[in-house]
Design a protein around this ligand. Structure first.
Ligand SMILES: Cc1cc2nc3c(=O)[nH]c(=O)nc-3n(C[C@H](O)[C@H](O)[C@H](O)COP(=O)(O)OP(=O)(O)OC[C@H]3O[C@@H](n4cnc5c(N)ncnc54)[C@H](O)[C@@H]3O)c2cc1C
Ligand SMILES: *[C@@H]1O[C@H](CO)[C@@H](O)[C@H](O)[C@H]1NC(C)=O
Length: 486
């Protein structure tokens, strides 16, 4: 897309030349653009065609959206080649997404920049994707070809306001960085457990070490700024007129708009020198799998201690500061295709062991041909997690029971460059063989793209109604990849 900058230059020259004269029409990527004085007109395809497919080729729609955004906000924020562009493309945690080539990458530094990009994407009916911490395990959820990628790489600050006890996190922050930025005040955000993971976690719900005590990470959000598909900017909270949208964003993943600011309730966890916590990661040999599965099942059923949590699976258990805990699991390894799947289980020891046994059969079938390794990760979700924060309901809604959220994590061989169909079929067979308990939410951030997490939410009907209200043309669903069900 090297024409982009030259096009922006051409258009500004054209604007100067034709400022006081008759309209002129130029063509970019096959799309006629009319310049009349200072007004630029392009064919409006997104509103005319609610099926979402632009009447002009998608690549052209995206190229024009890129060019118009570059004109609006400046070419310093819109790139179609170069080292920053390349590093964003290559930095996706999931190798499968690193082979995409966006028509351009918009690097906003403000909500207004995101508004401009989104207005042009909407107007052109272009495809798009958004990237925060880049840790999605799903193909195409944070990357795009023939579309516009919005990267939050430059919006990456964390600040703390002691008067309001609020931590403001911009979307490009990773949880380890958030912990580093505010530990001196003795506070932390309730984010994720791995330090390299980003804020997209909040939009799916978010399981923190402290979730049994404070609720889902999203339950700690006080306020958000969000840009709707139309480019309109709203500030949403539990108490303003957009309370429905606020609720939907806390578990509705990327479907409800692009969040440009998170205001979070601070947790008072101490500074990095306050070794008041005890924890670590313990690894057991495979022969201990059944004992671990049984112990987890019992823990999920019986624990009533909101200060206990089971981290996923090093070497040491020792007194730590919460800041140390925030850096226990880096999660930053790159270079392999990745995939997640989920199950939520209420039941006895046998049910968990059954899920594990089916998972072992599945993973053995594809290891080492396609898969390098795989993990079965159990996060206990106690029933009281839902009422722990007092921050209003989230998009999921409480199932009223304690359950185990299972994350099946597949790491492909580095030589596997795209998701093999046979593995996908085996994965879907596993979901049938070890079904999730009805009425209990599947965790959308850990589920496969084939799984309908939203439909498992006790609050599903409300989520659908809120989606219809804020995106009546279903622009998001038709123009960006993300969870199914809306
Ligand atoms: C190693 C590892 C450890 C993990 N540990 C945990 C854990 O402890 N607890 C937990 O709950 N989850 C965990 N997860 C899952 C994690 O919640 C998801 O992978 C999450 O989607 C990552 O968010 P991100 O910002 O890093 O990724 P991205 O890929 O950048 O974003 C994820 C999705 O959210 C969308 N998105 C991101 N930001 C915005 C925005 N501002 N507005 C609109 N849409 C947006 C993206 O388009 C994409 O669809 C882990 C994942 C990995 C890979
Ligand atoms: C084991 O997994 C393979 C691959 O998905 C599948 O074909 C087979 O039916 C499974 N066997 C059992 C007993 O579940």
């Amino acid at each position: 897309m090297s024409f982009l900058h030259s096009f922006a230059l051409l258009l500004s020259l054209a604007l100067t030349a034709y400022a006081d004269s008759t309209p002129t029409t130029i063509t970019v990527a096959g799309v006629p653009i009319t310049i009349d004085g200072t007004t630029i007109s392009v064919p409006s395809s997104s509103t005319a065609d609610s099926a979402g497919l632009a009447s002009i080729p998608l690549a052209s729609a995206a190229a024009v959206a890129c060019a118009l955004t570059s004109l609006d906000i400046g070419s310093a924020y819109v790139e179609s080649s170069g080292s920053e562009y390349e590093s964003t493309v290559e930095n996706t945690w999931n190798l499968f997404n690193s082979f995409d080539s966006p028509s351009c990458i918009v690097y906003p530094e403000s909500s207004a920049h995101v508004q401009s990009a989104m207005k042009n994407i909407y107007r052109m009916g272009a495809k798009y994707a958004v990237q925060a911490g880049a840790h999605s395990a799903m193909v195409g959820w944070n990357s795009i070809t023939d579309g516009v990628l919005i990267s939050f790489a430059r919006m990456d600050t964390t600040t703390y306001n002691p008067t309001t006890d609020t931590i403001t996190v911009l979307p490009g922050v990773r949880w380890g960085e958030a912990a580093d930025a505010v530990q001196e005040f003795g506070v932390s955000a309730i984010g994720g457990r791995a330090s390299d993971v980003g804020t997209g976690l909040l939009l799916g719900g978010g399981i923190s070490f402290m979730s049994p005590l404070y609720g889902w990470s999203a339950d700690r959000i006080k306020e958000m700024d969000v840009v709707l598909v139309t480019g309109d900017l709203l500030t949403v909270s539990a108490t303003n007129q957009y309370a429905d949208l606020f609720q939907a964003l806390k578990g509705g993943a990327n479907r409800f708009g692009i969040v440009t600011r998170y205001g979070l309730h601070a947790a008072h966890t101490g500074t990095k020198d306050d070794k008041e916590w005890f924890g670590g990661v313990i690894s057991y040999p495979g022969s201990a799998a059944q004992a671990l599965s049984d112990a987890s099942a019992k823990y999920i059923r019986e624990t009533t201690d909101p200060k206990a949590a089971i981290p996923s699976t090093s070497q040491t258990l020792s007194p730590l500061s919460y800041h140390d805990i925030s850096h226990l699991i880096p999660g930053d390894a790159r270079g392999s295709g990745q995939q997640f799947g989920a199950s939520s289980i209420v039941g006895d020891e046998a049910l968990y062991w059954d899920a594990y046994t089916h998972f072992r059969n599945f993973s053995n079938a594809f290891t080492p041909t396609s898969l390098a390794s795989s993990f079965f990760i159990l996060s206990p979700i106690p029933s009281f997690q839902w009422s722990a924060s007092g921050g209003g309901e989230n998009a999921m809604g409480s199932p009223g029971v304690s359950y185990g959220a299972i994350n099946y994590w597949l790491i492909y061989q580095p030589t596997v460059k795209s998701k093999p169909q046979a593995v996908q079929e085996g994965f879907e067979l596993l979901f049938q063989q070890a079904p999730s308990t009805p009425g209990v939410p599947l965790y959308v951030n850990e589920a496969d793209a084939s799984q309908n997490s939203f439909a498992t939410y006790p609050n599903y009907a409300k989520l659908q109604a809120t989606y219809a209200k804020y995106d009546p043309l279903r622009f998001n669903v038709l123009h960006t990849e993300g969870p199914i069900g809306l």
